[in-house]
Design a protein around this ligand. Structure first.
Ligand code: FAD
Length: 473
């Protein structure tokens, strides 16, 4: 059978389903082709399940520290299978929500694997999609515009292929039924440090091995140093500037052993399980790109600022185009692609203004340039910094670690970036992102009255600190 529509979306993850909804809002007929479950990586194997586990870990840690708040308990018991059941319920609730949105917006969802076909009897140009449905039947979708949103999958390190038992990918780790006593985490990026923080709170012995000189290599050095200090304080062993020797990896009855090398120093590590979290690769194979004039660069689909590929009626968004590979970037790009194909006016897309959040304890969040990046871009940099230890609400909550750092241009006074580590900073980063979109100066944000006692006072104070006007320090 053949289905004609205005917009077809290949992949129903965060980027794809948001694009589909926006297209329906603009009066387009829309078909989403999804081989698995609507919601994609973020909902089923990424953001949501990981944050649900992190929340349980946080509750457990807080209960173990409840004496600090004058509350004595008779023993706190962690029942990990129940933690997993809660996570599944959270995911399912949100999954139902996405399915409801498809129905509400009259979006047709085809469950099957799609592959782009070249010019054919169905369409004189490439961009039609042959879909192999669950029952083996074939369907052809012929859209005026196609949006590719096929996402990404965990990167595999040669010699450290996940086996789902001793060696885990970040997706397999999410489904563990029992916690191991110890875990080696290869890769100290966002996923690696979130797992390190979570497992440490659950009482697991954790070793993180990171090749770069700091955890979170993309983030501000000061922030990364603070995170490292705080994780170490909670018992996490952290080896930076260190490479694992995959060839030396051995799986035994007791778990895993592997060599880790820093310069000429070789250390033997062992743990019950090993988690590989070394980034993600775009899903660009077996989707028929060879039938099109779509170009690739370094394994990701090349697009222009309007999200158009080498074939202007075919767009690509989200993890499959590389970049920051974040859910909110994917959905923003989805909306952008749809608005472009519908002839709506577009604002410029500044990818460095995508907020970046890490859900460790404490959290890390940033937007714009770090101090180092701003200097590399030729700015004469001035910074303002304010610690949470001087913020009333942080003290009340017993969450005093961390700081807010503002990076500004000394001459123009433009805000170039904001980096934070501390309580609930993933919620606070919105103000900093807005400040940058509105081209505000630190003085203007400092002028906005921040309610007391709130954690947002740390932002106001850090902004004032740029001009040496912070009150609380
Ligand atoms: P995906 O969500 O990967 O969706 C792609 C969809 O396409 C999938 O459903 C797939 O089944 C489907 N598909 C692929 N090929 C085909 C085909 N041929 N036919 C039909 N369907 C196909 N991001 C954040 O912003 N915040 C976080 O806290 C966060 N935490 C994360 C934690 C983990 C452990 C991981 C792994 C990722 C996390 N991310 C987070 C990243 C986030 O999940 C991704 O950036 C986001 O899911 C990308 O959305 P997408 O639509 O591009 O791709």
């Amino acid at each position: 059978m053949t289905i004609s529509c205005d917009v077809a979306v290949l992949g129903g993850g965060t980027g794809g389903y948001v694009a589909a909804i926006r297209a329906a809002q603009l009066g387009k007929s829309v078909v989403v082709i999804e081989q698995d479950k609507l919601g994609g990586t973020c909902l089923h194997r990424g953001c949501i399940p990981s944050k649900s586990l992190l929340r349980s870990a946080e509750v457990y840690a807080e209960m173990n520290e409840s004496e600090n708040y004058g509350i004595e308990t008779d023993g706190v018991r962690l029942v990990f299978p129940k933690v997993q059941r809660r996570k599944e319920a959270v995911v399912e609730q949100l999954h139902q929500g996405v399915q409801y949105l498809m129905r509400k917006n009259k979006i047709q969802v085809l469950k099957g694997k799609g592959r782009i076909i070249g010019p054919s009897i169905f369409s004189p140009r490439s961009g039609a999609v042959a879909v192999e449905l669950e029952d083996g039947e074939m369907e052809t979708v012929v859209p005026a515009h196609l949006i590719i949103a096929t996402g990404s999958r965990p990167r595999v390190l040669p010699g450290l292929a996940p086996d789902g038992q001793a060696i885990l990918s970040s997706e397999e780790a999410l489904t563990l039924e029992e916690l191991p006593a110890s875990m080696i985490i290869v890769g100290g990026g966002v996923i690696g440090v979130e797992w390190a923080s979570m497992l440490a709170d659950f009482g697991v012995q954790v070793t993180v091995v990171e090749a770069a000189g700091q955890l979170l290599p993309q983030e501000d050095e000061e922030v990364a140093r603070e995170l490292q200090r705080l994780l170490k304080k909670r018992g996490v062993k952290i080896l930076t500037g260190t490479l694992v020797d995959a060839e030396s990896c051995r799986v035994t009855a007791a778990g895993v052993t592997i060599g880790a090398r820093k310069g000429d120093k070789l250390e033997q590590l062992s743990a019950e399980k090993l988690l590989v979290s070394v980034g993600r690769v775009a899903n660009v194979e077996n989707i028929g790109l060879e039938n099109t004039d779509i170009r690739f660069d370094k394994g990701v689909i090349e697009v222009n600022a309007n999200m158009q590929t080498g074939e202007p009626h075919i767009y690509a968004i989200g993890d499959c185009i590389g970049g920051l590979q974040l859910a909110h970037a994917a959905s923003h790009e989805g909306i952008r692609a749809v608005e472009h194909l519908a002839g709506e006016p577009l604002q410029p897309y500044h990818t460095h203004l995508i907020p970046r959040c890490v859900y460790t304890r404490p959290e890390v969040a940033s937007v714009g340039y770090s101090e180092k990046e701003a200097a590399e871009k030729g700015h004469d940099v001035i910074t303002g910094k304010f610690p949470f230890s001087a913020i009333g609400k942080a003290v009340v909550h017993g969450l005093k670690d961390g700081f807010v750092k503002v990076v500004a241009d000394k001459t123009t006074r433009d805000i170039l970036g904001v980096q934070m580590i501390g309580p609930h900073v993933t919620d606070l980063i919105g103000e900093a992102a807005l400040a940058q979109v509105l081209d505000a100066t630190p003085w203007e944000i400092g002028e906005a009255i921040h309610a007391h006692p709130t954690l947002s006072e740390a932002i106001g104070e850090a902004m004032l600190a740029v001009d040496g006007r912070a009150i609380g320090m």
